[in-house]
Design a protein. Structure first.
Length: 276
C-alpha cells in the first residue's frame, strides 16, 4: 500500500513499486474504484473486505504452477574441482552442463545406432577432458575414429598390428618384488590362455625364470629370453606364439620399448582385433 499527502508523488511511488514487482516476474494492477476495499483488506482481522472469487480452481493452478523445470546439469565437477566437462545446448535450446562423474566414479557408456555420432561424441569428450589440470587421455580406438582429434591436439597415434612399427618389451622392468609379481601374473595369463594348467610348480618355475631374467641386461629381458630360462618344455611351447618364433612376437618380443609417453595417446586396435 502506497500513501502520500501529494497525489503526484503517490503516483510516482506506485509506478516505482510496479517496476519492482514486474521486474520480479509478477503482474500487478493499481487499485482505483476498489481502492477503499483494498485498503480495508490490509487491516489485520478484516476478513470481509476485498474478498475476491478466484478465477481458477486450485487443482488447475497446481497443474500450471512451475513446480519443475528442465535440468541444466551441475555447475561444477566436484570430484575434479573444475568446470563441467562439456557445455552443450539441448533440443529446446536450454544450456546443459555435462558432468560424467557421480561422486568419485566417472564411468559412462554411450549407446546409439550406427552413424549416430557416438565416436564423434567420445572424441569431443576426450578433447574436453584436457581442460582439467594434469589431465591425461588414453584412447583405445577401432576404425581410426579418434585419429584426427588425437593428431589435432599434438597427441601420438599408434596403429597396433602384427605388421606395424610399434613393438613392446613387457618384461623390461622386471626388478623388485612388486614388478616381478605383476610380470608373473601376466606371463601366467599367457600360459593359461594356451591351455596349460597353472599349478604351484608352474608358478614357481615362472617366478624363478623371471628372477633370473631380471638379473640380465635390459636388452635381453624379452619373452624369448624368458622362454630360454624356463626348464619345463610345455611352458616354453606355451610362450612360443608370443616370441619371435611365433605370430605375436613382432608385437610383444622386442628388445626395446619404443612406446612414447605423453598426455594424449591413441591406440588403434582394429588390425590387432582382425589378427585375433
Amino acid at each position: 500500500m502506497v500513501r502520500h499527502e501529494d497525489a503526484s508523488i503517490a503516483e510516482d511511488q506506485i509506478r516505482a513499486v510496479e517496476r519492482v514487482i514486474r521486474g520480479r516476474g509478477f503482474t500487478c494492477v493499481p487499485e482505483s474504484v476498489n481502492a477503499i476495499e483494498a485498503w480495508l483488506g490490509t487491516l489485520p482481522g478484516e476478513a470481509y473486505a476485498n474478498v475476491r472469487q478466484p478465477l481458477l480452481n486450485t487443482i488447475n493452478l497446481a497443474h500450471m504452477a512451475p513446480l519443475s523445470s528442465l535440468w541444466a546439469g551441475p555447475e561444477r565437477n566436484a570430484h575434479l574441482s573444475g568446470p563441467p566437462l562439456l557445455m552443450a545446448r539441448s533440443a529446446s535450446s536450454t544450456p546443459f552442463r555435462l558432468v560424467t562423474h557421480q561422486g568419485d566414479v566417472g564411468h559412462m557408456m554411450v549407446i546409439g545406432p550406427t552413424g549416430a555420432g557416438k565416436s564423434v561424441l567420445l572424441s569431443l569428450l576426450a578433447l574436453q577432458f584436457r581442460r582439467y589440470e594434469q589431465a591425461q587421455v588414453f584412447i583405445f580406438d577401432k576404425g581410426a575414429s579418434a585419429r584426427c582429434a588425437t593428431l589435432a591436439l599434438g597427441g601420438t597415434w599408434y596403429d597396433l598390428g602384427l605388421d606395424g612399427d610399434l613393438a613392446f618389451q613387457p618384461l623390461r622392468d622386471v626388478a623388485g618384488e612388486a614388478r616381478l609379481a605383476a610380470a608373473q601374473a601376466w606371463v601366467l595369463g599367457l600360459i593359461e590362455q594356451e591351455g596349460v594348467t597353472v599349478t604351484p610348480e608352474v608358478k614357481q618355475a615362472v617366478w624363478t625364470a623371471l628372477q633370473s631374467l631380471g638379473a640380465a641386461p635390459v636388452s635381453q629381458r624379452t619373452l624369448t629370453g624368458l622362454a630360454a630360462l624356463l626348464q619345463m618344455p610345455d611352458l616354453r611351447q606355451a610362450l612360443e606364439p608370443y616370441t619371435l618364433a611365433g605370430p605375436y612376437g613382432a608385437l610383444l618380443d622386442a628388445d626395446e620399448d619404443n612406446l612414447e609417453t605423453g598426455d594424449m595417446l591413441c591406440f588403434e586396435m582394429d588390425a590387432l582385433m582382425q589378427d585375433k
